[in-house]
Design a binder for this molecule. Structure first.
Ligand code: C2E
Ligand code: MG
Ligand code: MG
Ligand code: MG
Length: 288
């Protein structure tokens, strides 16, 4: 049984979520216009060192400021971008914005590693690695400060092109991250086939794991595996104090999630950091 198989079993034991209206999926015409009009914008979600509370980086998450519909989330348009040949254009917009922001933060004295999500659909062309490296070099940012996240559920390392793109990115010294770990059908072979720098345990194995034996087993095993392989492990989906205590008590290096901060506009980050530092001091007082 695969990790995702175990998770599916666990899901069946949970009360089902309240049904919500299906959200609109946007078409290629509208999305193409939005990209051209500059309606896409980046939000950033902090990633923190669990032991110290230090903010070590941010993950870039694209949003669409739709003139009529408001802020639209990526799952309503990334699929369209992938299916209709707009994904490389979208990636370039997101990456360019993230690089400019990384430079601005650095100039303001904030040293943050900036992560960008890449779509598997971009990995069919080997030229993609040069395209990414070119954009990063043009921005004057060093690849070591950029983390490229690839969703594990969509990785196809049994194919030549994706493996070659990853290998090229690694040779150019980008940091490579396996995202949503445990949700794919071949999680373990992905680790065998490519040396990622970072492993992000999917939020479905993190949130609520302190209260659920099965989740906790999958979480702990993923964490141990990442550590044994010398990877930096990130717990995604830290949503409440119980999740935070679990990742801290089990020695997971890094964490992300709503408990720490929701994704936010770049301008909000500097103001958020002191409020987070204050909370970390309060957690320390709770323990002693
Ligand atoms: P992801 O890369 O796994 O990003 C994490 C997602 O989980 C984000 O959703 C984030 O807002 C959400 N999240 C963070 N903390 C928590 C938490 O504590 N609880 C819960 N329930 N959710 C949390 P978002 O921004 O809607 O993005 C969804 C997915 O869309 C991303 O998943 C990523 O796969 C994709 N995506 C986002 N931006 C881009 C992009 O620029 N390019 C590509 N190719 N994909 C993107
Ligand atoms: Mg990600
Ligand atoms: Mg993820
Ligand atoms: Mg995810």
């Amino acid at each position: 049984v695969s990790l995702s198989g175990l998770a599916a079993m666990t899901d069946r034991w949970r009360p089902s979520e309240a049904p919500h209206a299906p959200r609109k999926i946007y078409g290629a015409g509208e999305l193409g216009t939005a990209i051209a009009n500059g309606e896409l914008t980046n939000y950033y979600q902090p990633k923190v060192d669990v032991a110290s509370g230090d903010v070590v980086g941010v993950e870039t998450l694209v949003r669409w400021r739709h003139p009529a519909d408001g802020l639209v989330l990526p799952d309503q348009f990334i699929g369209t971008a992938e299916d209709d040949g707009l994904i490389d254009e979208l990636t370039l917009v997101v990456l360019t914005g993230a690089l400019a922001q990384a430079t601005a933060w650095r100039q303001a004295g904030l040293n943050l590693r900036v992560a960008v999500n890449l779509s598997m659909d971009s990995f069919s062309s080997v030229a993609f690695a040069d395209f990414v490296a070119g954009a990063v070099a043009a921005a004057g940012v060093v690849p070591q400060d950029i983390i490229l996240e690839v969703a594990e559920s969509r990785l196809m390392l049994d194919q030549r092109a994706p493996l070659e793109v990853l290998t090229r990115l690694r040779m150019k010294r980008f940091r490579l991250s396996i995202d949503d770990f445990g949700t794919g059908h071949s999680s373990l072979s992905q680790l065998r086939d490519f040396p990622f720098d970072e492993l992000k345990i999917d939020r479905s194995f993190v949130h609520g794991a302190s209260r659920d034996k099965t989740l906790r087993a999958i979480y702990a095993t993923s964490l141990g595996l990442g550590k044994l392989l010398g990877m930096e492990v990130v717990a995604e989906g830290v949503e409440d104090r119980d999740d935070w205590d679990l990742v801290r008590d089990t020695g997971c290096a890094l964490a992300q999630g709503y408990f720490i901060a929701r994704p936010m506009p770049a301008a909000d980050l500097a103001g958020w950091i002191p409020t987070w530092r204050q909370r970390v001091r309060e957690f320390a007082d709770d323990v002693s």
